[in-house]
Design a protein. Structure first.
Length: 149
C-alpha cells in the first residue's frame, strides 16, 4: 500500500526498534489519513521540487514504539502528523536545503532543525495538522536544548 506517490506504508511505519521488540507499528484509519495528508502537502511537493529521492528516517510511531525510542510524550509521530526527513540517506541535496524549502514554501505546524551544526541539521522534523490550525512554529534542537529559530 502507498501513503503517497513516493512513500509506501512499509517505509512510513518501519522501526527497527519496534521490530526488535516485536511491536506491530500499524496506524489506525485516522492516523493513516494524517500520514497521507502530510505526505501530500509536504513531502511530495518537496520531492517534486528537488527531483531526487529523499529519505525518511521516521514517520509513524504508535504509542508503544514512540515510548521505546524515547520520543516526546505527545509526539505528533503518534498521530501520523509528522515525519523526520534525512537527505543523507540518498544524497544529492542537503538537510539545510530541505529545511529552507519547507520554511519558504509550505504551511506546517512545526519545522525543526534537529541537531547537526549551524550550517546543516542532522535531519529535519516537519509536522502538519489536517484538522487543527497549523502554528508555523520553527525550532532548533541541539545538545544544549530547544530554542525558537
Amino acid at each position: 500500500m502507498e501513503i503517497s506517490k513516493n512513500i509506501t506504508l512499509a517505509e512510513a511505519t518501519k522501526s527497527n526498534a519496534a521490530i526488535r521488540a516485536g511491536i506491530k507499528n500499524i496506524p489506525d484509519e485516522t492516523q493513516l489519513l494524517n500520514m497521507q495528508y502530510v505526505a501530500k502537502e509536504i513531502f511530495e511537493p518537496l520531492r517534486e521540487h528537488f527531483g531526487v529521492p529523499i529519505g525518511i528516517s521516521s514517520f509513524f510511531r504508535n504509542k508503544e514504539t514512540n515510548k521505546l525510542v524515547g520520543g516526546a510524550e505527545f509526539s505528533q509521530h503518534q498521530t501520523g502528523e509528522s515525519m523526520d526527513i534525512d537527505a543523507d540517506i540518498f544524497g544529492g541535496i542537503t538537510n539545510k536545503q530541505i529545511f529552507d524549502w519547507i520554511k519558504k514554501n509550505c504551511i506546517f505546524d512545526q519545522l525543526i532543525w534537529e541537531f547537526g551544526d549551524d550550517s546543516n541539521p542532522a535531519w529535519v522534523h516537519v509536522s502538519k495538522c489536517r484538522i487543527r490550525p497549523n502554528r508555523m512554529q520553527i525550532l532548533k534542537v541541539s545538545k544544549t536544548g530547544t530554542r525558537s529559530f
